[in-house]
Every structure is written in structure tokens, then in C-alpha cells.
Design a protein around this ligand. Structure first.
Ligand code: SAH
Ligand code: SF4
Length: 355
């Protein structure tokens, strides 16, 4: 099913005559976040009826919302076929006021969105993987996650935000829809989210990283590395047998990165598995020659897993070891840890409650 959110502006212009209608509609969708065609006041009724028939707008609804103490909000969306996916609004910096109450810095938002219902990659630490793979999200479902969150929080159309493709599923396994979504998001006539503000996180499908690099979209790259040797990485990410660490590093080296930016390597830390200084030392060697930064992530346990959350002191030791040797390393703040943080966990909670 095609929705109105599936179209680039050019495609909509081809579909609609006179073509200025397309721009009007883009305006209603992406500047005013309307929920129905009825609200498009300057669009003739017959056109609206035709569009309603062919390209529905109501492709997802918010069925659950959890707010964390730090201001982050996690959303569970229901799709037309009743499947659900998550997205999270992260409040990176809070609004700051001076003594007189004037706003001196507005809040900064990042939205984490999903790519698939389920996932084929099957990582052993990830809840999303447990349900297997159901289907790819459509282009429109990518776009509607952001529109819904902007609307729900009354985020003004001129307020820029960052997108991270780090929700449920593997974005590069939904390559065509993902890259088209990047294009629609960045259209100045629409949501106008600069490509430099969009970061794709991948579990490391080396061939697709190459293909993405060739498209030269101008987006940022994050690699879910999680391990420094193939044996452990294959245990954590079974797909590593097909795309091993060396093949990923090679693909990253060929990826066009903005000279001011770095490729982010995400490293999920599991107690006793990959949290040693020896692993940090190997990581340093592995990333030698790459414009890289490392982001350490605390493994977030859930019922039924045998993996454990790492000790804070080991995380800090690991981080300091890299920083002292010139490799920038940060520890991901567990934003919204009190609201079922990691991907797939809100969905799981909802399913258990209904069981
Ligand atoms: N499939 C892509 C997109 C993001 S997956 C990828 O793997 O890169 C979502 C993110 O959640 C990844 O960074 C993954 O490492 C993290 N994640 C999954 N399960 C987790 C858990 N139990 N605790 C902490 N982070 C987890
Ligand atoms: Fe898929 Fe990413 Fe979860 Fe791995 S971590 S199963 S790639 S969503």
C-alpha cells in the first residue's frame, strides 16, 4: 500500500496537476503535520477525495508512550497491519534560561527510528531479534515516525532535529526504502533535516556499506562492532560469519566521510565477554588509520538473557585507555534507562502485558 508519505516532491508533482499542488501538500504534511486531508484548506475537495482513496495518511497510530525522568519519550506505534514498532525522542540538551527567564538555548532533540518489524540479523543480545523477521517498513512508515513525534510534542517545523536509524531492525537490509527516506527527510520543502544530522547504524553488512558509500548521500555512519575478534563477534552477531570484521573495516575505509566528522563504532559492553583492557588494546589496533570514535554502550539486561550489564569501573577503564591513546571514546548515557531503554524492550513489555 502506498501512502502520501511515500512520495518525494518530484514524484508528487508528476502525480498531481497543476504541480504547485504538490508543494502545498508537502507544506501541510511537513510544516503543519495535519492528520487528515480535510485540514488542507487550499486544496480542492475532489483532489483530496482522490488522494484519500489512493494514498491514505493514517498509516500509524501511537498506542503507548513512556516518558523517562530525563525527558526522553519512547513511543510504540501500531501499523495498519497491526504490527508494532518503536521510536524514541531523546532530549539531548534541555532548554536553558537566564536569570530573567529568557531562553538562551533551546532544547536539542534526536529521534531514534525503526527500519523493520523484527530483524533478520539475529543478534543474541537483542530483544528485537527474538521475534524473528516480519517485514520491512515502507518509506512512508519511516517518514510518519518523525511526523508523529514532531506533532505529538508540538516541535515547530523550523526546529531542526537529528535522526538516528538505531531503532528496531537493520536499515541496510531495507536499503531502497531507507535511502529514499533519507532523501525525503532532507528535502528543504519538507522536514528539511540536513543529511549531516542523520546517522545510520548498521550491524555491518559490508556489501551494503560499500553500496551506501557509492551513493554518497552525506549521512553519518555508525558501525555496531561490539567485538574485536571474529569468534566472539560471530557469537553475538551470527551474520559475522558472512561479513567478518576485516570485510567491515575495508568497507568503512572506502566510505566517504565528511572530513570534519568521524565514523562511529558502537561497542556494546557485556560483563566478562568484551570488557577487558586486552579487548580495548585490540580495538585500538583495529581502528588504526580510520577517522573513528568509539561509543561504549552498557548492555541492558532483560528477563531470559544470560548476558550481564558491565561494571561501571570497567567501562571507565576501557574508555580512559582509548582516550589516553588518542582514540576518542565516550560512554553512551543511558537515556531513558528507566523507560525500557534498549530497542525492542517496550514492544516486549506490551506483549507480555497482553499475554
Ligand atoms: N540494526 C542496527 C540498528 C540498531 S539496533 C544495528 O544493529 O546497528 C539498535 C541498537 O540497540 C544497537 O546499537 C544495539 O547495539 C542496541 N541494543 C540492542 N540490544 C541491546 C541491549 N540489550 N542493551 C543495550 N543495547 C542494545
Ligand atoms: Fe537487528 Fe540491530 Fe537487533 Fe542486531 S542489534 S538483531 S542488527 S536490530
Amino acid at each position: 500500500m502506498t501512502s502520501i508519505y511515500d512520495f518525494t516532491l518530484d514524484e508528487l508533482k508528476e502525480n498531481l496537476k497543476p504541480s504547485f499542488r504538490a508543494k502545498q501538500i508537502y507544506d501541510w504534511l511537513y510544516k503543519k503535520y495535519v492528520t487528515s486531508y480535510d485540514e488542507m484548506l487550499n486544496v480542492p475537495k475532489d483532489i483530496k477525495e482522490q488522494l484519500q482513496e489512493k494514498y491514505p495518511m493514517d498509516i500509524m497510530t501511537i498506542i503507548k508512550k513512556e516518558q523517562s525522568r530525563d525527558g526522553s519519550i519512547k513511543y510504540l506505534f501500531k501499523l495498519r497491519d497491526n504490527h508494532t514498532v518503536e521510536a524514541v525522542l531523546l532530549l539531548m540538551k534541555k532548554k536553558k534560561k537566564d536569570e530573567d527567564g529568557n531562553i538562551i538555548r533551546s532544547e536539542q532533540y534526536t529521534v531514534c527510528i525503526s527500519s523493520q518489524v523484527g530483524c533478520k540479523v539475529g543478534c543474541t543480545f537483542c530483544l528485537t531479534a527474538k521475534g524473528g523477521f516480519v517485514r520491512n517498513l515502507t518509506v512512508g512508515e519511516y517518514i510518519a515516525q518523525i511526523v508523529n513525534i514532531k506533532r505529538d510534542n508540538e516541535i515547530p517545523d523550523n526546529k531542526s532535529l537529528n535522526i538516528v536509524y538505531m531503532g528496531m531492525g537493520e536499515p541496510l537490509d531495507n536499503f531502497d526504502n531507507f535511502t529514499k527516506a533519507v532523501e525525503i527527510f532532507s528535502d528543504e520543502n519538507g522536514l528539511a533535516i540536513n543529511r549531516r544530522r542523520q546517522t545510520v547504524s548498521t550491524s555491518g553488512i559490508a556489501t551494503k556499506i560499500k553500496k551506501l558509500g557509492e551513493k554518497d548521500l552525506g549521512i553519518q555512519l555508525a558501525i555496531s562492532l561490539h567485538a574485536v575478534d571474529d569468534e566472539l563477534r560471530s557469537e553475538l552477531i551470527p551474520m559475522n560469519k558472512a561479513y567478518n570484521i576485516a570485510s567491515i573495516i575495508e568497507a568503512v575505509k572506502a566510505f566517504p566521510v565528511d572530513t570534519r566528522k568521524k565514523v562511529m563504532f558502537e561497542y556494546l559492553v557485556i560483563k566478562g565477554k568484551n570488557d577487558s583492557i586486552e579487548a580495548a588494546r585490540k580495538l585500538l589496533t583495529l581502528l588504526n588509520g580510520i577517522h573513528a570514535k568509539v561509543n561504549l554502550i552498557y548492555f541492558n539486561p532483560y528477563p531470559g538473557t544470560t548476558y550481564q550489564r558491565p561494571e561501571e569501573k570497567d567501562m571507565i577503564k576501557f574508555k580512559d585507555f582509548l582516550n589516553e591513546r588518542g582514540l576518542i571514546c565516550t560512554i553512551r548515557e543511558s537515556k531513558g534507562l528507566d523507560i525500557s531503554a534498549a530497542c525492542g524492550q517496550l514492544k516486549e513489555k506490551e506483549a507480555n502485558q497482553n499475554a
